[in-house]
Design a protein around this ligand. Structure first.
Ligand code: FMN
Length: 505
């Protein structure tokens, strides 16, 4: 008997919890039953608390089971064959609330398809039909802003590179993904690498670049392997290699190498230290040539925009935050995973409804949004909508869309100290506020917590944060004040008796 089709991720997150053992068990159970089955290894759907999630194709669509242990597979196979209930059955995959409530545009194929099954580059075809200038207009009109952190309009960046003079131009994809609690880039590269490749090819066509580089962190071996295989397939299918080609470069692991100018230094073979701006990379970037530096998600979203139209993308979102954002729920959260949705969803909806609260079952006390340089938000600010401007208005940032949840056991003074220490540890050393200020900042937080001249040291910390914010060369020093000051402002009780902030004023 044949015809049964199974789907199981080979995404790093699923592999880490035993997906390969489940795959083996599926083949073994099928063999014992004399079944000729097809097991497609996909990327992840992003429901990480349910991994390994095994899906079975039925005439009514896919049925999911998860999280599956290898020794449960035989019974699951029997249940799938007979339609009998099984305790790990999640029902039709598309009806799982975490998935059903999403708007998947960038991740529309991720977790569904075989990542290495060639796809038609419909977005690239549309771009070629439009021409380079109109392609950039479409990206601008879509309202797409950089998903790497800064939220800079992608179309404007491309236009600058297109207009810049240079004997060569480059497309550099930033796949360093250093923010705590983020994994969207990895998940996309492992689950739908062709979306990124196509996005880079469109960018190359639009700005007149013939060469692209993907700068990817060494901690992502599976993503590197999948992307490398996809590049070979794309070349074999003549989707790459004629007028545009892409190379992978693996970073050695420094948070600051995600900053675009440090990344370019590293790509050129030097230590990853920040360059002063101007000149912008768009004018003088890689090897001194006009360069587009874009995040994985920014680039991987472009094919959807070109294939479906700028207006279709722009229709989603709120204010100046258009389209969708792949939000990553991490830390102490019950339903950790990737949730792509239109901008405008509130922090409270994300953490309480979608994330299901904490994994420990204790009350949520704080969430850090936007990576290690993002602010800590208390429950009182959970009405903040996911929107670049709304977060900025509350001294926060959405960054790459990572949310790390903490329960009421968290010590916010320790978190503030950690943020300063992180800056001291990761500083490239090029500018004084970041290099020296962060170390002095750790010492000052220690004094506050120890009760040494608390009011004076709190005032000193605030002053130091202002210096870091306005005097640093890049956002590593410039944004470290966000986690530090948000912890101090929203959780003063953790910094010593009576709330030092009040004492300082
Ligand atoms: C310290 C630091 C680390 C950063 N890390 C990343 C990163 O890992 N990935 C990323 O895409 N952008 C990162 N950025 C932002 C980049 O400098 C840059 O804005 C981004 O790659 C531009 O792409 P986008 O416009 O598509 O977002 C970082 C910035 C700073 C200051």
């Amino acid at each position: 008997m044949s015809g049964l089709r199974f789907f199981l991720p080979r995404d790093a997150g699923a592999l880490a919890v035993g997906a390969d053992a489940v795959a083996k068990a599926v083949h073994a159970a099928a063999q014992t039953r004399g079944l000729d089955i097809d097991l497609v290894r996909t990327g992840s759907r992003g429901l990480y608390w349910l991994e390994p999630m095994l899906e079975v194709e039925t005439p009514q669509g896919r049925i999911a089971f998860g999280p599956v242990e290898a020794d449960e597979v035989a019974a699951i196979l029997d249940a799938a064959m007979t339609g009998k209930p099984h305790s790990k059955s999640l029902g039709p995959t598309g009806a799982i609330p975490f998935l059903a409530r999403q708007t998947r545009l960038t991740f529309e194929r991720c977790g569904i398809v075989d990542p290495l099954a060639p796809v038609a580059f419909k977005g690239l075809e549309a771009a070629r039909a439009l021409g380079a200038a109109a392609t950039i207009d479409a990206v601008t009109k879509s309202g797409l802003r950089g998903r790497g952190g800064a939220g800079f309009p992608t179309g404007i960046k491309w236009n600058t590179v297109r207009a810049a003079q240079g004997t060569r131009k480059y497309i550099v994809c930033n796949a360093d993904e250093g923010d705590s609690g983020t994994f969207a880039d990895r998940m996309l590269m492992e689950g739908d690498p062709f979306a990124l490749i196509e996005g880079m090819a469109i960018a190359g066509f639009a700005v007149g670049a013939t060469k692209g580089f993907v700068y990817i962190r060494s901690e992502y071996p599976h993503a590197i392997a999948t992307l490398d295989a996809a590049l070979r397939i794309a070349r074999a299918n003549k989707l790459l290699g004629t007028d545009f080609d892409i190379e992978i470069r693996v970073g050695a692991g420094a948070y600051v190498c995600g900053e675009e100018t440090a990344l370019l230094e590293s790509l050129e073979g030097r230590r990853g230290t920040v360059r002063a701006k101007p000149p912008l990379p768009a004018h003088r970037g890689l090897f001194g040539m006009p360069t587009v530096v874009n995040n994985v998600i920014s680039l991987a979203t472009v094919p959807w925009i070109l294939a479906n139209g700028a207006d279709a993308y722009r229709d989603f979102g709120m204010g100046k935050s258009r389209g969708t954002m792949p939000i990553q729920l991490a830390g102490n959260v019950k339903h950790g995973g990737l949730y792509e949705t239109a901008f405008g969803v509130t922090l409270g909806e994300l953490v309480d409804d979608i994330g299901g609260g904490t994994a420990t079952g204790r009350p949520v006390r704080a969430v850090q949004v936007g990576g290690p340089l993002g602010a800590y938000f208390p429950r009182a600010l959970f009405d903040t909508p996911f929107d670049y401007e709304a977060f900025a208005a509350r001294d926060g940032l959405i960054g790459h869309g990572g949310i790390v949840v903490f329960d009421d056991c968290v010590d916010m003074a320790a978190q503030a100290r950690f943020a300063m220490e992180f800056c001291a540890h990761e500083s490239c050393g090029k500018c004084t506020p970041c290099r020296i200020g962060s170390t002095r900042g750790v010492e000052t937080i220690d004094k506050i917590v120890a009760g040494t001249d608390r009011a004076a040291n709190t005032a000193l910390l605030e002053d130091l944060c202002q210096t870091l914010k306005f005097g640093s060369l890049c956002a590593l020093g410039g944004f470290t004040p966000y986690p530090v000051m948000s912890a101090l402002h929203h959780f003063p009780e953790d910094f010593g008796a009576g709330g030092k902030l009040a004492a300082a004023e």
